[in-house]
Design a protein around this ligand. Structure first.
Ligand SMILES: [Zn+2]
Ligand SMILES: [Zn+2]
Length: 112
């Protein structure tokens, strides 16, 4: 397996994507639309971006529709609100994740 870094778009493994979508109940975690409404538009997004060291890990991935996905990449403020909901969701499923680390990582690295 070759490891590539930089700004090349890497593909997340399909099995991992499926797991993430399933965990997120086949719902966009931002607008809460279900996959039926979205058709195949449910995308898997890195919470901590790949170019900031985010990896293809279960906890670093979230399901978003194509519209919200675009918003997330454009507007950090709007991004943080659903992230809080998302952390609650993760905690319900027994995962440990804090919004703090997500926010800090995101904001600190953004200021470049
Ligand atoms: Zn959405
Ligand atoms: Zn993304």
């Amino acid at each position: 397996m070759s490891q590539r870094s930089g700004n090349t778009r890497r593909n997340i493994k399909p099995e991992l994507k499926d797991k993430v979508r399933k965990r997120d109940d086949y719902t966009c975690r931002m607008c809460l639309k279900e996959v039926d409404e979205l058709k195949d538009q449910l995308q898997v997004h890195h919470i901590r971006p790949v170019e900031m060291g985010g990896r293809d890990r279960f906890k670093n991935l979230i399901s978003l529709c194509n519209i919200c996905h675009r918003i997330v990449h454009k507007d950090v403020e709007r991004y943080i609100v659903p992230m809080r909901k998302y952390v609650d969701l993760l905690n319900q499923t027994g995962q440990r994740h804090t919004i703090d680390s997500i926010e800090k990582g995101y904001y600190v690295d953004q200021k470049r």
